[in-house]
Design a protein around this ligand. Structure first.
Ligand SMILES: Cc1cc2nc3c(=O)[nH]c(=O)nc-3n(C[C@H](O)[C@H](O)[C@H](O)COP(=O)(O)OP(=O)(O)OC[C@H]3O[C@@H](n4cnc5c(N)ncnc54)[C@H](O)[C@@H]3O)c2cc1C
Length: 147
C-alpha cells in the first residue's frame, strides 16, 4: 500500500536514516486515526530531539488509539486500545466517572464525538491538559471475565 516501514515502538523509519514517521503514512499495526497521530507525536518529538543529540530512540509508542465510532441516531461507541490490549468496557477518560462509556452505544459518546473537534483545536492545542495520555492506561477499564 506504500506505507513507510517503521519500528512500531520508536517510529523510526527502517529504510531511511534519521527519519521518523507519524500518522496515516506509517505502517504501524493500529488504527489510522487522529488520536493515533496525536499519541505518536509524543514519541516522534522526543526521538527527533534524541536523534539530533546523538542518542538512541526510545520505544515509547504502544499503539494507543482512542476512537469514537458514530453508530447513527445520535449514538456513538468509544474504543480505547493498543497493540496488546483489545477494546475493553469501562469509563473514559476519568476512571469510574467517564463521562464516556467504552464499548457502549450512548448519546453521551455521540456528544463527545460532536464536541471533541472544537475542544481539541480550541482548548487542548492552547494548553488545556486532559487525561488523554500517549500510553494506553488500564485505569477505568474492566477486564472481561471468561464465562
Ligand atoms: C472520512 C474519514 C473520517 C475519519 N474520521 C475519523 C474520526 O472520526 N476520528 C479519527 O480519529 N480519525 C478519523 N479519520 C482518520 C483521520 O482523519 C486520519 O487518521 C488523520 O487525519 C491522519 O493524519 P495525518 O496527519 O497522518 O494525515 P492527513 O490528515 O491525511 O494529512 C496529510 C496531509 O499531507 C498533505 N499531502 C499529501 N501529499 C502531499 C505532498 N506530496 N506534498 C505536500 N503535502 C502533501 C495532504 O494534503 C494532507 O493535508 C477519518 C478519516 C476519513 C478519511
Amino acid at each position: 500500500m506504500g506505507y513507510m516501514q517503521v519500528d512500531k515502538h520508536t517510529l523510526k523509519a527502517l529504510s531511511v536514516d534519521r527519519v521518523y514517521v507519524l500518522g496515516d503514512a506509517s505502517n504501524v499495526p493500529t488504527s489510522k486515526a487522529g488520536s493515533v497521530a496525536h499519541y505518536m507525536s509524543y514519541t516522534v518529538v522526543e526521538n527527533v530531539i534524541r536523534e539530533i543529540d546523538g542518542h538512541a530512540p526510545v520505544p515509547t509508542f504502544d499503539g494507543h488509539a482512542t476512537c469514537f465510532l458514530a453508530s447513527g441516531f445520535e449514538k456513538a461507541i468509544l474504543l480505547d486500545f493498543n497493540y496488546t490490549v483489545e477494546p475493553l468496557s469501562g469509563k473514559f477518560p476519568f476512571p469510574g466517572l467517564g463521562p464516556f462509556s467504552l464499548l457502549e452505544e450512548t448519546f453521551g459518546n455521540h456528544w463527545g464525538k460532536m464536541t471533541f473537534k472544537w475542544v481539541y483545536w480550541n482548548l487542548m492545542m492552547k494548553g488545556l491538559e486532559l487525561p488523554l495520555e500517549a500510553q494506553f492506561n488500564m485505569a477505568g477499564k474492566m477486564r472481561k471475565v471468561p464465562a
